[in-house]
Design a protein around this ligand. Structure first.
Ligand SMILES: *[C@@H]1O[C@H](CO)[C@@H](O)[C@H](O)[C@H]1NC(C)=O
Ligand SMILES: *[C@@H]1O[C@H](CO)[C@@H](O)[C@H](O)[C@H]1NC(C)=O
Length: 481
């Protein structure tokens, strides 16, 4: 009986022990057996982030890079940089980070903080953002690691790259800004950089108000620097953006075309109105203001003159000439006021030759003929003949006796006649002088008018030439794209 009790006790003891150990093992096992933890322990026990992850040290680590352009924050023409948000995808094989999936419960992917693994020292070489050092351009996002050792590092960067802005065809310009990705220290013996997709991805691109994204072609180049005998690999993504010109067309170019046309009308304004010079100067000022708007946005470069600035430059030159010529015409128009006679050569050039071609005819010379008739009239009339007057004088002085002896009535009549003739002569000479002065005035005015009409035609031609040359240039630029 004693043995039976002892046996039962023993069984019970064993059972409790088993249940105890069993419950213990249930609590303990998941902690010990977590495959990810075991994997991290295995992979990172002796991992050094500085060691290049390739066993064959003579070979470079092949790093593949791809970019997605997320947003253009700013393209500054003045400071010549492109500020943008980039997503960068890099992948390489880390031979220290491989595992057998079967031993780790089929674990097919782990995520590792990127500061815990080796990373290529790739950076954007032409970065100009002074707030970030070259090595801190990419954000410290975690990397994905696969059993075969492939590491995918998806990172992002808010960077400013230097970009040579060419404003020759402004506002129809296209800008090419190149993102140069290259290892900073490792030359081709250590890192062989290549690109994956043949073009940068613009899938996530946020539409920009001014710039249309045309494409992001990529090329790879091995570059030798004077410092080092071995070449460095550069992968260059060229961001091609084209400006949407509508803003500039509607706000700057189109308002100026009517201004140019109005400048021609300055020559149609009557000289007497006295508004010509002020109209020309107002137009000139308006153009200068527009030109100022444009130059505010342009890089202060002397290499090229933007298309739009060329247009405004030509317009300003035309308007300046127009203003000075207007002043000259006003001067000519009022020359006659002081009775200054017209030089013969002016008359020949303007009235005979140019006036003839422009169909400017002198007014029929009523007044001139009238005055001529007046002088002739005396002769025809006979009574008030100048020579007869002279005889009267002569007679009065010389043959006094004869006069005295004549009939007193006749004598008086003769005297009256004589005074009348004197008066008439006075009036005709005055008339003649007056009409001569008016003739001169009219001649000057005619010259001014001829000059006006000539310049009106010249300015129409110049305006058309300027507009046509600018717009053919614009058309060529469009066709080129
Ligand atoms: C490694 O594994 C990943 C994920 O399974 C795969 O996409 C990649 O092509 C593999 N790389 C190589 C070199 O086999
Ligand atoms: C680097 O990679 C490219 C493209 O895969 C290859 O053509 C080239 O031979 C590689 N260079 C070296 C030195 O491994």
């Amino acid at each position: 009986m004693d043995y039976r009790a002892l046996f039962l006790f023993w069984i019970a003891g064993i059972l409790t022990l088993i249940t105890l150990t069993d419950s213990q093992s249930v609590q303990k096992d998941p902690k010990k057996n977590d495959p990810e933890k075991r994997l991290f322990n295995k992979l990172f026990k002796s991992y050094r982030t500085s060691v290049r992850p390739i066993f064959q040290k003579s070979q470079p680590v092949k790093v593949e890079v791809n970019i997605d352009l997320h947003q253009i924050v700013e393209l500054s023409e003045k400071s010549q940089f492109l500020h943008m948000s980039l997503w960068v995808r890099m992948s390489w094989i880390d031979e220290h980070l491989t595992w057998d999936q079967d031993k780790f419960e089929g674990l097919a992917e782990i995520q590792v903080p990127s500061r815990d693994i080796w990373k290529p020292d790739i950076t954007i070489v032409n970065n100009v953002d002074d707030s970030k050092s070259a090595m801190k351009l990419f954000s410290d996002t975690p990397a994905k690691v696969y059993p075969n050792g492939t590491v995918y590092w998806l990172t992002s960067s808010l960077c400013k790259i230097s970009c040579k802005i060419n404003v020759e065809n402004f506002p129809f310009d296209e800008q090419h800004c190149t993102i140069v990705l290259s290892p900073w220290t490792s030359d081709i013996r250590f890192i062989n950089l290549t690109y994956g997709e043949p073009e940068g991805n613009s899938g996530p691109f946020v539409i920009h108000g001014v710039w249309d994204l045309q494409g992001i072609p990529v090329e790879r180049e091995e570059v030798l620097y004077p410092c080092c005998p071995d070449p460095y690999v550069e992968v260059r993504y060229t961001v091609v953006v084209r400006r949407q010109p509508n803003f500039y067309l509607y706000n700057q170019l189109f308002p100026c075309i009517p201004l140019m046309l109005i400048s021609v009308l300055v020559f149609c304004l009557p000289t007497e109105s006295g508004e010509r010079a002020s109209l020309a100067v107002t137009l000139l000022l308006a153009m200068t203001v527009f030109l100022n708007f444009i130059s505010e946005n342009m890089p202060p470069t002397s290499e090229v003159v933007p298309l739009l600035a060329q247009f405004f430059g030509a317009a300003i030159v035309l308007l300046s000439v127009c203003t000075s010529v207007t002043v000259l015409i006003l001067n000519i128009h009022y020359q006659g006021e002081h009775g200054k006679p017209t030089p013969k050569w002016l008359k020949v050039i303007f009235l005979d030759y140019i006036g003839h071609y422009l169909h400017i005819k002198r007014k029929p010379k009523d007044r001139v003929n009238e005055s001529k008739d007046g002088t002739d009239g005396v002769e025809k009339n006979g009574t008030f003949h100048a020579s007869s007057l002279n005889t009267v004088y002569d007679n009065r002085n010389g043959d006094m006796d004869m006069l005295v002896s004549q009939d007193s009535l006749g004598h008086q009549m003769q005297n009256i006649n004589c005074v009348l003739a004197l008066l008439h002569e006075e009036i005709t000479t005055r008339n003649r002088e007056k009409s001569r002065a008016e003739d001169i005035k009219e001649e000057w005015q005619l010259i001014a008018m001829t000059f006006d009409r000539m310049l009106f035609i010249v300015f129409i031609i110049c305006n058309v030439l300027v507009n046509v040359s600018i717009f053919t240039k614009v058309a060529f630029v469009y066709v080129d794209h």
